[in-house]
Ligand binder design. Structure first.
Ligand code: ARG
Length: 463
């Protein structure tokens, strides 16, 4: 036996049945403390509730219960102050804390783990942790929605080209375009909030997989920790990570939206579009090209989408084909989850800052709206209102566009005589009819870009 192994053997909390210590390479390979240390607050919260329940049920004495609770509070302070010496020999956060507890309060510390396994303990910790983080994300999404709505309100009269196939299609209000993202983020908000119902299940009391022989009071623990429901099957409770999958799926969909918004910010701030100017403080320069002002923040959000999608795929792959109940594979849920939480929170916050600081280049948008024959649909509609069938009107408008292209003139630059050579239904009023403001204003059917609709939606959003 090497010295290292002998030492490890002496110190393992589960060392009883082993005649040799753990290989150093295995210890390094299996330890998760570097990753799961961030669960310490929730781990201690869960342990305090468990200890209070054990004392209430007289499974441990009241005095032992009090010592354990005070000891756990001392451990929490040590970790919070950075005075705690984490050890990979103790594998994970659960055993690091239990070890220190016993150092601090003596043999009573060894009673904390009565009627509990790390399998139900880690399931509890993940739920407590995620419940808190989802609340932060929900608040962040609401703040982002407000920021977008405020930018919409500030630019309520600005008309921009609306696109399909990234070709100019029909004029829309910039506010309507921005509020499209509010709808997406509101659905994301609903998805995360809905997932809370599946997180809100208390798994402690499931033991390693089969439950426990001790007369525990699970409902009491749930009440102390603010859970509304108890898990109903101990095997499921220690194996279930659906609540994480749902969270990662919601995050992946959120990142579809963030990435689309980020991409538009990149496009719009380019010289080619020039629709917006991003705030200097949120852009970076080039080490070589002095003139550059790069939109790195939205680019990175677009880029981080890759890892968020990857994390969902990683956990789906970890879970598939796992036999019931707990398997160590499940420890691999933490990196994907924690990195997703961090990436979502940071990205939602910073994209809001970029939006709040951007300037809309109204003159560029006004110019862009004039080009691209975006009033061709309305030219056809004008003829339909005057009795032509839409198909025939579409044909006439198409011919007008072809003529305009050939002569390098916009529809509104053609004389009435020229227009009438395509259809004698054209009258003076056609010019007013196909102006951008008129086109936007007529799209009053619910959900359309008319100012009245957009203003109503802003009112609903209370901005
Ligand atoms: N670190 C482990 C995890 O994250 C805790 C549970 C360990 N359980 C066990 N039977 N080894 O999944």
């Amino acid at each position: 036996m090497t010295v290292a192994r002998a030492k490890a053997k002496k110190t393992k909390l589960w060392g009883g049945r082993f005649s040799s210590g753990t290989a150093a390479s295995v210890e390094a390979f299996t330890a998760s403390i570097d990753v799961d240390a961030r669960l310490y607050r929730h781990d201690i919260l869960g342990s305090i509730a468990h200890a209070r329940m054990l004392a209430k049920q007289r499974i441990i004495s009241a005095a032992e219960g009090r010592r354990i609770v005070r000891g756990l509070q001392a451990v929490e302070r040590e970790i919070a102050n950075g005075h705690f010496a984490f050890s990979p020999t103790d594998e994970d956060i659960h055993m690091n804390i239990e070890r220190r507890l016993t150092e601090l309060i003596g043999p009573a510390g060894g009673k904390l783990h009565t009627a509990r396994s790390r399998n139900d303990q880690v399931a509890l910790d993940m739920r407590l942790y995620l419940r808190d983080e989802v609340k932060v994300i929900l608040a962040g999404l609401k703040a982002l929605e407000r920021t977008l709505a405020k930018a919409a309100r500030k630019n309520l009269d600005v008309i921009m080209p609306g696109y399909t196939h990234l070709q100019r299609a029909q004029p829309v209000l910039l506010a309507h375009h921005l509020l499209a993202y509010v709808e997406m983020f509101e659905r994301d908000h609903q998805r995360f909030a809905d997932g809370l119902a599946r997180i809100d299940v208390m798994p402690l009391g499931s033991g390693a997989l089969a439950g426990t022989t001790f007369p525990i009071d699970r409902a009491y623990v749930a009440k102390l920790l603010g859970f509304s429901r108890l898990s109903k099957n101990s095997i499921d409770a220690v194996s279930d990570r659906d609540f994480l999958l749902e969270f990662l799926a919601a995050a992946a969909i959120l990142f579809v939206h963030l990435s689309r918004l980020a991409d538009e910010l990149v496009l719009w701030s380019s010289q080619e579009f020039g629709f917006i100017e991003l705030p200097d403080g949120y852009c970076t320069g080039s080490s070589m090209m002095p003139q550059k002002k790069n939109p790195d923040v939205p680019e990175l959000i677009r880029g981080k989408t890759g890892r968020v999608f990857g994390h969902l795929h990683a956990l789906l792959t970890i879970m598939k084909g796992l036999p019931l109940a707990y398997n160590r594979d499940l420890q691999e849920d933490k990196v994907p989850l924690f990195d997703t939480v961090d990436t979502v929170q940071a990205s939602v916050k910073i994209i809001g800052e970029v939006i709040a600081g951007m300037t809309v280049r109204r003159e560029r948008l006004a110019g862009a709206v004039k080009d691209g024959f975006m009033n061709a649909t309305d030219l056809a509609d004008y003829l339909v209102v005057r009795g032509l069938a839409f198909r025939a009107a579409h044909e006439v408008a198409g011919k007008v566009v072809q003529y305009g292209l050939a002569h390098d003139r916009r529809i509104e630059e053609l004389t009435l005589a020229e227009l009438r050579s395509f259809s004698n239904k054209f009258e003076r009023g056609v010019y007013r009819y196909i102006a951008a403001e008129a086109m936007v204003g007529r799209r009053r059917a619910p959900g359309g870009t008319a100012r009245a609709n957009v203003a109503r939606r802003l009112k609903e959003l209370r901005v």
